[in-house]
Ligand binder design. Structure first.
Ligand code: TEU
Length: 551
């Protein structure tokens, strides 16, 4: 029988601290702001909060460039503020997990500063250095954010590796001293009483011997070489044994380019990790070769095929279910339709909370927030967006922002990073100062205060869905089976546990649709639906209509 655990039953809420709530008017969200808003999260009913990195960092990549793993970024507060947040979270019966960023550090981390200053220092080998001539890097790997994955260090005449921004040098996991430092730091956080880690790009830590060239036709060249490296399983097993295996905590690995086979290997009762964010569905609208630079048309059949493969193929492993986060545009604008904001937001909420796997809600999606109408480069802070534009200009592919405005509006990570929309006061109640990133102009209409008071709002629907999830073992542990696999507009599936079957029917489109069969059957109970009036015929679905039945 299936292993039952609290983290399979939990609903996780991801907080992007910089944009959640600013308590001191400096325009940047902070830890006190989060603590002050815990009532809101408790009301929503979520069980676990995941904080994006809050460590001391120069913020070249919004905190994914850590300068000091044991300190809090000043703009966010200090360790006392953090402890108050942890305690207040625990007092409400919720848990808190921290982001763990250990594939790379900031170039301002003490280890890297010493490594760069003195090639003979013991810290040199904490990072990945290779000889090479200027203009001729050691291999063809690219940074995820565009341009080469190598930066030349004038002083020593060597290159250092960075799979992300040049300010994020990769750690050398081959070096046992690096691993020991990291495990010690992880134990330090675990001893503070945290409830787990979200592990940033944890599948790329093991680099193959000799750092061979990657397939040049892939957009992020080199990811194919590092996403399932030779010592990955060994490093993860060692990390688990040295750190979190000794605590009752959850772990979720973030794994770009991960395959089903790989995730089966690293999750499950005898494997190091509890669950993984894979990227197959989230990169659905990207070209393998063009990557960021083109939005590929996608269709529902592909989405169904991908999700079904992961829903049914993990064996005793476990999935982390997500449809968006701080790295992707808003779910509504991307997979749904801004013109059907309420309906498509609630439809994707239904999908998120009725699939098998632990669901992750991203801040603001519970209000149905949408993408931002970018007009100029000044409105962008994201290293990835800026990096791709810079690399595009450098290669002569584009002249500047105007050439990619449409793409930026569809693709930029800043779409999902704009401040939380609390109410209709200035800056949406996020700050009394100047927000670090502009607030979406739709805040007067789309905000938490309004939706909190309104039955039938996106927020209200999310609350009811979270309740439903908590009340239903079938939604957590039931088997998934796809129905109507070939249907181009309807996503339908069942979840079955023992003798209970739930039927989920989603019209993923702005057109009504008529089904040949009544999937739920004549005596089914409607458990939740996103239209408040009953359909005149069970087989007819209205635009973006979502229904969950018990058969
Ligand atoms: O993301 C890993 C990653 O692969 C993303 O960069 C993703 O491919 C891209 O943003 C899609 O547009 C993690 C973090 O979630 C991200 O915020 C960091 O920038 C990155 O690692 C480096 O730490």
């Amino acid at each position: 029988t299936e292993q039952r655990t609290w983290w399979k039953e939990a609903v996780v809420y991801q907080i992007y601290p910089q944009s959640f709530d600013d308590s001191d008017g400096d325009g940047i969200g902070d830890l006190r702001g989060i603590t002050e808003r815990l009532d809101y999260l408790e009301e929503l009913g979520v069980d676990v909060l995941w904080l994006n990195p809050v460590y001391d960092s120069p913020h070249h990549d919004d905190g994914y460039d850590v300068r000091d793993y044991r300190a809090i970024r000043e703009a966010y507060g200090d360790l006392d503020d953090w402890r108050r947040l942890l305690d207040a979270t625990h007092d409400r019966g919720m848990k808190l997990i921290m982001d763990l960023v250990v594939n790379h550090t900031s170039d301002e981390h003490e280890w890297f500063r010493r490594a760069r200053e003195d090639p003979d220092s013991e810290y040199r080998d904490y990072y990945v250095w290779r000889e090479g001539d200027p203009g001729d890097p050691p291999n063809n790997w690219e940074s995820c954010f565009g341009g080469p994955a190598w930066t030349y260090d004038e002083a020593s005449g060597e290159y250092y590796l960075h799979l992300f921004d040049e300010h994020q040098p990769d750690l050398n996991w081959e070096n046992p001293a690096v691993r020991e430092e990291i495990y010690e730091m992880m134990r330090w956080w675990l001893d503070q009483g945290i409830d787990g880690f979200r592990m940033d790009v944890v599948n790329v830590i093991s680099k193959p011997d000799g750092l061979p060239d990657g397939d040049p036709t892939i957009d992020w060249t080199g990811i194919d070489q590092v996403s399932d490296g030779p010592r990955l399983d060994e490093f993860l097993a060692e990390m688990a044994a040295e750190t979190f295996d000794r605590y009752d905590v959850m772990t979720v690995g973030e794994m770009p380019n991960a395959t089903l086979e790989q995730v089966r290997r690293v999750t499950g009762p005898d494997a190091p990790l509890d669950m993984v964010f894979h990227f197959e569905h989230i990169t659905l609208d990207m070209h393998e070769e063009e990557g960021w630079w083109q939005v590929r048309e996608w269709n529902l059949r592909e989405l169904k095929e991908i999700l079904t493969r992961w829903q049914t193929g993990l064996g005793d492993g476990w999935d982390a279910v997500y449809l968006g986060n701080h790295d992707w545009p808003r779910v509504v604008s991307r997979f749904g339709d801004d013109a059907h904001r309420y309906e498509s937001a609630t439809l994707f909420a239904t999908l998120l909370l009725t699939l098998r796997g632990t669901p992750y809600l991203y801040q603001g999606d519970e209000l149905g927030l949408t993408n931002y109408p970018f007009e100029s480069l000044d409105e962008i802070r994201d290293a990835e967006t800026l990096g791709h534009i810079e690399a595009g200009v450098a290669s002569g592919r584009i002249d500047g922002f105007e050439d990619v405005k449409g793409l930026v509006r569809e693709r930029s990570r800043d779409n999902a990073r704009t401040p939380m929309q609390w109410d209709d006061s200035e800056h949406a109640g996020f700050t009394t100062g100047d927000p670090w990133l502009p607030v979406n102009p739709n805040y007067a209409e789309v905000n938490a205060a309004r939706q909190r008071a309104e039955e039938g709002s996106v927020l209200d629907y999310y609350r009811r869905l979270v309740d439903l999830r908590h009340d239903s073992e079938t939604l957590v542990y039931g088997d998934y089976e796809l129905r109507l696999a070939d249907h181009e507009q309807v996503f339908a599936y069942t979840r079955t546990l023992d003798d209970e079957t739930l039927v989920v029917v989603l019209d993923v489109g702005s057109e009504p649709v008529a089904l040949d069969d009544d999937l739920a059957g004549p005596d089914a109970d409607l458990l939740i639906g996103n239209y408040d009036t009953p359909a005149d015929d069970e087989r007819r679905l209205r635009p973006y209509e979502a229904r969950v039945y018990r058969r």
